[in-house]
Write a protein that binds this ligand. Structure first.
Ligand code: F6R
Ligand code: ZN
Length: 193
């Protein structure tokens, strides 16, 4: 027997219901409201107004039962609702994997993008259904909905990678993504607007 014999979860198939946004069997589900994104939108007054004005759900993350432990490959589906706050497109909090490892995203519905920052350089990958976005080890990442429909994608990542949210609060993500006319524009993360 190999040292893989004591499996936390058995081999399995996991079904995703696109219409319901559920995984079966399911692991944890996370709902992020506007109030959970404190300190992340550039326009803090607009953020405060949105929190006071109903504190809308910005995104949700449904996970499979595969645990976040070393050598496992957990998966989750994130759905970001369409919207802007102070002109900045709705987005995930963004994080760095402290135990630097790669990750892949697969676009499932809607139009979004993947913003990556290694502390010096910034990269943007347009995400649409069927696009695979690759996040190399050491690149912090945030997803942004740049469309008018919900944007959903599948993430697959090493279970031992960990998630550091304070890194983004301290270092930013290089750029921010704003609605401009019918399209989008990028501005420096810490620039005054
Ligand atoms: C996992 C991963 C995604 C995000 C999800 C929510 O490593 O990158 O599953 O966790 O899109 O974004 P955050 O975690 O930044 O709130
Ligand atoms: Zn990640």
């Amino acid at each position: 027997m190999s040292d893989y014999s004591a499996l936390p979860v058995p081999p399995m198939s996991i079904r995703f219901d696109q219409a319901a946004g559920t995984l079966s069997p399911a692991g944890p589900t996370l709902t992020r409201r506007m109030s959970d994104l404190e300190g992340l939108f550039r326009d803090q007054n607009s953020w405060r107004t949105a929190v006071a004005d109903g504190d809308p759900i910005v995104y949700s993350v449904v996970s499979s039962p595969v645990p976040e432990i070393d050598r496992e490959l957990p998966q989750s589906i994130t759905t970001i609702h369409p919207g802007t706050t102070g002109g900045e497109f709705w987005m995930t909090k963004g994080h760095q994997h402290p135990n630097h490892q790669g990750e892949i995203y697969l676009g499932m519905s809607g139009n979004g993008g993947l913003l990556m920052f290694d502390g010096k350089d910034t990269r943007w990958v347009d995400m649409a259904p069927g696009t695979i976005g690759y996040i190399p080890p050491g690149w912090a990442h945030r997803s942004v909905n740049v469309g008018s429909e919900p944007y959903s994608f599948l993430a697959v990542y090493p279970g031992g990678a960990g998630h550091d949210y304070s890194w983004v609060l301290e270092n930013g993500l290089g750029q921010r993504v704003w609605r401009q006319d019918d399209g989008l524009a990028f501005v420096d993360y810490f620039a005054e607007v």
